[in-house]
Design a protein around this ligand. Structure first.
Ligand SMILES: N[C@@H](CCC(=O)N[C@@H](CS)C(=O)NCC(=O)O)C(=O)O
Length: 204
């Protein structure tokens, strides 16, 4: 297996899942800043021009965080990264979808690529502001959901890897995380697998 990732991008969550599993995998760094995701060497493997991209051993390609997380957790059951039982699985999916589809795609994307949402350059600041509001509202909701819990749904699971990437973004932006997410982020940083990923991605 090979993970195509960009340092500090949402692919960091999948990187964490792979390290937690502990099975051998390769990784290849893509510079989104330099637009490598639009170059033929990348689009020939993933025409969506997005990380995370997982190239499986048979050469087939998987995209989309929730699908990759599901695949990895369920093909490596010994790692116990997919919660047990319908209720916990449903709750994990609920969190992953909220992180990816709302906080990331609706909030963070508006903040960092306002041009994708703004009809004109003059609208860019308003779009960024709306993105920040969505991001903040999302964090507040998740903070509330994490009250009294060490991890998102019972023991550590793929849902925590999704939470980790938005926590990391907030932390990198030098903005304080709400209390319960801050505690969760510290628990994540204490995990050896997360520490290996931070080192590999050059994020110290
Ligand atoms: N829905 C996708 C989102 C992936 C995504 O937007 N990745 C960003 C990095 S965090 C990316 O590759 N952006 C490159 C671009 O849009 O040019 C998923 O869940 O994997």
């Amino acid at each position: 297996m090979k993970l195509l990732y960009s340092p500090g991008a949402c692919s960091i969550g999948i990187h964490v899942i792979l390290e937690e599993i502990g099975a051998p995998f390769e990784s290849e760094k893509i510079s989104l800043r330099d637009g490598e995701q639009f170059q033929a060497a990348f689009t020939s493997r993933n025409p969506k021009s997005k990380v995370p991209t997982l190239i499986r051993d048979d050469g087939s390609v998987l995209t989309e965080f929730p699908a990759i997380a599901y695949y990895l957790a369920n093909t490596h059951p010994a790692a116990k990264l997919w919660p047990e039982g319908v209720e916990a699985q449903t709750r994990a999916l609920e969190i992953i979808d909220y992180v990816v589809a709302t906080i990331h795609m609706q909030g963070f994307s508006r903040m960092f690529v306002p041009g994708k949402f703004a009809p004109s350059e003059a609208d860019a600041e308003a779009v960024k502001k709306r993105g920040l509001e969505i991001f903040e509202t999302g964090l507040a909701f998740l903070d509330h959901a994490l009250a009294g819990k060490d991890y998102a749904v019972g023991p550590f699971s793929v849902a925590d890897a999704a939470l980790f990437y938005i926590e990391f973004w907030r932390h990198s932006g030098k903005l304080a995380l709400p209390t319960h997410l801050a505690g969760h982020f510290q628990r994540m940083l204490a995990r050896p697998a997360v520490q290996r990923v931070m080192k590999k991605e050059g994020l110290g």
